[in-house]
Design a protein around this ligand. Structure first.
Ligand code: HEM
Length: 461
């Protein structure tokens, strides 16, 4: 047996002091010889899914000033265009914090590359610091670019490249890596998780991370179903067909529970706080055509900062895994019915693929691996009449989840983008808009195209 295919060996490699390069090499050779599918190869845990099995460790001593600087900012930094009395009172403290960041040395990160958990922690800490730095900077009259100090950019790009992810705040930073357990005696669960770093400091932001985290934890059950499909000796004998049928029915129930979790957002997250206080902090670098100040990443080549559009739950590996398993064709590459509408064709059909670049490389490889099966469950269901109904029912449940998500986005993004700021928010609005990500109407046509691509996966008689 290739030692890299032993789960215990892999967990040791991942959890303790694993050299990531050695890990990648042994991973490649083990994948070529992989006989049984092992999620830990891809840093996917059987119990916690895309979450690390335990909270991330503190960084080693030479890097603790990053963590200390991040711990200091809560309540000190306000959005740069916030003109409320509290924000103006803190302007000087904010400028001092940013000056301190500018004075930092640029430090080598090689020692962190030996442990994937250190890399993840460093990415999370630096990306949060970068978003604090940029968005707390007051705008200038001439809209001058924001220079992000090299003490942030150089190590952030280095750890991003080692992890194979984008050098900006991602879904993994905000939801997968940004937590601790409330009770250390108990394992991670929906009731035993506390989010640590918040940009806006609002209840809305915390609740958004919590609901996204609950989706991820529930999603572990979907991953187990997907993985067991991959391990079936065949997809034609009676026992296998019966198992696939049961699993598809179970998948439908899980997707229905996810839909309820999505709906719970309306009670947990205040739309105004979400739009006016949270979203501006999450924005990534503006598109070149935008009127927002440009971000200049000091000390790193431009080619290293292509993917900098900021976090989106569209980067959730678990949600992508569901699409891969059910063979949802977001790219409109397959000939399926009903034919795409004009609006579907105009929508950004490359969005989901682009979002994968914001996942860590191992999670992206996990998605590629689960899609690499001799026959997809859709093809198996197409060839097996008794599986059509449970397959279609699972797809219909996902279509309903996307309908609910669209309603949520309409409330939180589309409606709010036409709303006036609450009276307690005094903000110099330049031309509010979400940089590089998607604004209101663009988001709805994108999400409707995804919903219609889901409908199109249904098998016809
Ligand atoms: C207040 C709640 C939410 C809002 C306002 C919201 C907003 C959006 C928007 C605007 C997009 C379009 C792409 C972008 O701009 O990033 C999007 C995509 C997406 N969101 Fe959400 N979202 C919310 C909650 C969630 C949750 C809890 C999840 C679960 C992980 C999620 C999963 C996704 C996925 C997978 C996509 C990609 C498109 C698709 O699969 O249909 N969203 N979301």
């Amino acid at each position: 047996m290739n030692i890299a295919s032993s789960p215990l060996h892999l967990m040791n490699l991942l959890g303790s002091v694993a050299n990531v390069k050695t890990f990648a090499r042994s991973l490649t050779s083990s994948l070529m010889q992989e006989k049984t599918f092992c999620p830990q190869h891809y840093d996917v845990d059987p119990n916690t899914g895309c979450f690390p099995p335990e909270p991330l460790p503190q960084l080693p001593r030479p890097f603790s000033f990053w963590e200390n600087a991040l711990a200091e900012v809560q309540g000190v930094l306000y959005l740069g265009n916030d003109e409320s009395d509290e924000a103006l009172d803190k302007r000087e403290a904010g400028e001092n914090w940013r000056a301190q960041v500018r004075s930092w040395p640029v430090i080598e990160t090689t020692v962190l590359h030996e442990n994937i958990r250190y890399l993840q922690k460093a990415h999370m800490v630096l990306a949060f610091i970068m978003h604090f730095y940029v968005h707390s900077t007051p705008p200038t009259e001439d809209n001058s670019p924001i220079h992000i100090p090299r003490a942030i950019c150089v190590p952030l790009v280095a750890v991003s490249q080692a992890l194979g992810t984008a050098p900006v705040l991602t879904f993994a930073d905000t939801v997968l890596w940004n937590w601790t357990v409330i009770n250390p005696e108990l394992p991670l669960s929906a009731d035993n998780i506390r989010y640590v770093t918040l940009l806006s400091g609002t209840d809305a932001e915390r609740a958004f991370y919590e609901v996204s985290g609950i989706v991820e934890l529930k999603g572990v059950e979907m991953l187990q179903i997907i993985e067991s499909f991959m391990l079936l000796p065949n997809t034609t004998d009676y026992a296998s067909v019966a198992k696939i049928s049961r699993d598809l029915s179970q998948l439908k129930k899980i997707v229905e529970e996810l839909t309820d979790i999505f709906l719970s957002i309306r009670d947990a997250v205040d739309p105004k706080a979400f739009h006016w206080q949270c979203r501006p902090w999450w924005s990534g670098a503006p598109a070149p055509s935008s009127s927002q100040p440009e971000w200049i990443f000091e000390g790193v080549p431009k080619s290293a900062t292509v993917d900098v559009s900021g976090p989106s739950a569209g980067q959730s590996t678990v949600m992508h895994a569901l699409d891969v398993f059910l063979d949802i064709d977001h790219r409109l590459a397959q000939k399926r019915q009903p034919a795409p509408s004009e609006s579907n064709k105009k929508a950004d059909t490359g969005f989901m693929e682009r979002m994968r670049r914001y996942m860590p490389r191992l999670h992206r490889e996990y998605l590629a691996r689960i899609g690499d099966v001799p026959q997809s469950v859709r093809e198996v269901a197409n060839a097996t009449p008794t599986l059509r109904e449970p397959y279609n029912a699972a797809v219909a449940a996902l279509k309903r989840l996307r309908d609910v998500h669209i309603r949520i986005v309409t409330l939180y993004v589309v409606t709010m983008s036409h709303s006036a700021p609450p009276t307690d928010i005094k903000r110099k609005i330049q031309e509010e808009g979400i940089a590089r990500g998607t604004g209101g109407n663009e988001a709805s046509s994108l999400l409707k195209a995804g919903r219609d691509a889901t409908t199109r996966a249904m098998l016809k008689d």
